[in-house]
Write a protein that binds this ligand. Structure first.
Ligand code: UDP
Length: 334
């Protein structure tokens, strides 16, 4: 029996594929490679380049690989972009998942672990955020993820498709062994942007807003190591295999860091005095997002191994630095 990982060439997807293989699972990847990277997926993992909207391809994969469960990452996932281009978020995220669920149901695949997000909460009333707190997204990205969670709920009631939705807070870091890391083109996430500046790949960093109601005026986020997220997917899979119960879980470390604090940790790790400038707030950004992950700890038996921000940044830095060095070796040898 095999697990289909959609979006398995993306940042969190590729780390999860690596982790599942280490756990001895059989895995197949579907990715359209619009934002993912083929080289982030191990060569011995069957790989299909294609779209979630291609139901024929999805059926083919389910039948030919004896799929027992899906881990579903494939989605558009940028808050700012979703505000500018909401319809493509509705199309890719909601219609894409609809087509996946239809094919799963037809092919009797009844388990799915879904990449959801802290963005479903919008501006929280209190922190740390708990799963039963109101979900009122402030941007189309969060709206589409919340709509999918609801679709999963009803697919369970009607068709017995069991799901675990994982609401990630801020994914960061890289494989501690340095095999893969975070590589978005263009990059929009805070930690990789700061590290790129430390490597001289960009001039300076823009802090989006310093007038938030937080101690230093910049946004506070809960950063979680990508390998801990990968582990959470494995735990979630075991949960639906064993208990056949659906659920929704936050994944974070329960500790918030402001944008300025993150930059400070990056400065320390990279040993480089990164220049910052301040600009207006980015549309759709809540002031504070910090998770309570007690439910995931209790029910999924998820225990993050890398909760320390400095460890998270160090793993990200090692990957970025090695990539830059190997790129410069290739350039010089040309
Ligand atoms: N951020 C920033 N400058 C950047 C990128 C991000 O000030 O160049 C801020 C962003 O406004 C947010 C935090 O850093 O408050 C984390 O943003 P990121 O895009 O990494 O993750 P998100 O919270 O959007 O998932």
């Amino acid at each position: 029996m095999t697990i289909l990982v959609t979006g398995g060439a993306g940042y969190i997807g590729s780390h999860t594929v690596l982790y599942l293989k280490e756990k001895g699972e059989s895995v197949v990847v579907l990715d359209n490679l619009l934002t993912g990277h083929r080289q982030s997926v191990l060569n011995d993992v069957p790989f299909y380049m294609g779209s979630l909207h291609d139901e024929q391809l999805l059926s083919y994969i389910c039948q030919n690989h004896n799929i027992e469960a899906v881990i579903h990452f494939a989605a558009n996932s940028l808050v700012g972009e979703s505000v500018k281009d909401p319809l493509s978020y509705y199309e890719n995220n909601i219609a894409g998942t609809l087509s996946l669920l239809k094919v799963m149901n037809k092919n009797n695949v009844k388990r799915i672990v879904f990449s959801s997000t802290a963005a479903v909460y919008g501006e929280p009333k209190s922190v740390p955020i708990q799963e039963e707190d109101p979900a009122i997204p402030t941007n189309p990205y969060g709206e589409t993820k919340l709509a999918i969670e609801k679709m999963l709920h009803w697919a369970d009631k009607a068709h017995g498709i069991k799901s675990v939705a994982l609401r990630y807070f801020n994914a960061a870091g890289a494989d501690p062994e340095g095999r893969i890391g975070e590589e978005h083109l263009p990059e929009t996430h805070l930690i990789p942007i700061v590290l790129q500046a430390a490597l001289g790949q960009r001039e300076n960093i823009t802090v989006f807003g310093d007038d938030y109601p937080t101690p230093d005026g910049t946004c506070v986020r809960d950063y979680v190591h990508v390998m801990d997220l990968a582990d959470a997917h494995y735990c979630a899979l075991q949960k639906i295999r064993n208990t056949k119960e659906s659920g929704i879980y936050n994944l974070g470390n329960g500790k918030g860091f402001s944008v300025k604090e993150v930059i400070e940790v990056c400065r320390e790790v990279a040993q480089y005095d990164i220049k910052i400038e301040t600009a207006q707030r980015r549309t759709g950004d809540p002031a504070v997002l910090v998770a309570s992950s007690q439910k995931a700890r209790d029910e999924l038996k998820w225990h993050p191994r890398y909760p320390d921000l400095k460890t998270i940044v160090t793993d990200a830095w090692n990957w970025h630095k090695n990539k830059a060095e190997s790129f410069s070796v290739v350039q010089h040898s040309k």
